[in-house]
Design a protein around this ligand. Sequence first.
Ligand code: PLP
Length: 378
Amino acid sequence: MIYLDNAATSFPKAPHVADAMCHYLNSVGAPVNRSVYSSAMEVGFQVLTLREQLARFFHFPHDPNHVIFTAGATASLNQAICGYLQSGDHCLVSATEHNAVMRPLTAIDGVTFDRIPCDEEGFLQLDALPSLLKPNTKLVVMAHASNIVGSVQNAEAMGRFCHDHGLHFVLDAAQTAGHIAVDFEKFQLSALAIPAHKGLLSAGGVGGLLLRPDFAKTLKPLIAGGTGSQSDSEQTPTYLPDRFEAGTPNLPAIYGWSAAMTYLESVGINALRAHELTLIQIFLTGLQALPQLRVLGTTDLRRRVGVISLDTGIYDNAQLSYQLEQQGILTRCGLHCTPSAHKTMGTFPQGALRFSLGHFSTKEDVYCALEALKALCV
Ligand SMILES: Cc1ncc(COP(=O)(O)O)c(C=O)c1O
């Protein structure tokens, strides 16, 4: 099997992720933040260790207790968007946002938004920003890289703009975390949303939301309940992480995620990126022999991740994906939960055929995919 659907979820996972999850389930099994016997203390230590690992990996300069755990990137984005915006507020989003941003945004009564346009390579036109600002603009939410376009946005420039205009800035790093450097401090973020199960090579069902303290203070928790702390009170604690972590978290996945972060830290983001760049280069070079397939997003290697979507023109993208599967090559067709990006790139409603590379993809995988495509698109 050649797995090229890593933008949906990575496979395989990092070494020792499954072992760590089994260790929790088979040998630890205790709750977190509630009981005080030694295995429960071990769980508390493990959860804090993961907060510290994530803070280091994403250059988060604040207290690691401001790294909160959620059920995934979608839950993180819901918390940041719906916990902050109120009726009457205006928000800016990129023209290529995932529905993990668009659906929460469109669900809040009385909130309006505008999309920041992008050029034909999928890069946001930052020059357009001043004209999109309104007196009630409060927030910018941006995918660092879209899950179909793959072009990496200039998060540093966006962070500067937000800082200069007093706006909060939420970055959706679902497609960049673990692939390229994501720097909380350099990008001047208010919040960073990350899933564990994509480029961070761990299991689904857990994600992170890294919160700058001033932004965290303005956020309303979306879920309330027991935290194991201040149990004499029926009010939600005001301090983090408890304020945003009611209920028992996905502890097996937290154990697994910590093992994945140990692996990622040992490899280092530069080596992770270098491997992916090699594969992207082979893929894009090979695709030049198939001009009937339009590559969405930029062909400038330095400014893209390994999400390579093709506008398949006269070929039906679902049929191609099916035919590739017959040869053991797994891809994703259709609209990828991102109608906005497809409309922007001119592939709506038919969608595109997406190949997404991962840390464990090989050059041979890419050569096979290219050969198969060449045979199918004669
Ligand atoms: C850009 C982007 N944002 C958010 C998400 C949501 O991630 P999750 O399904 O892990 O919550 C995805 C998932 O594909 C994505 O590609």
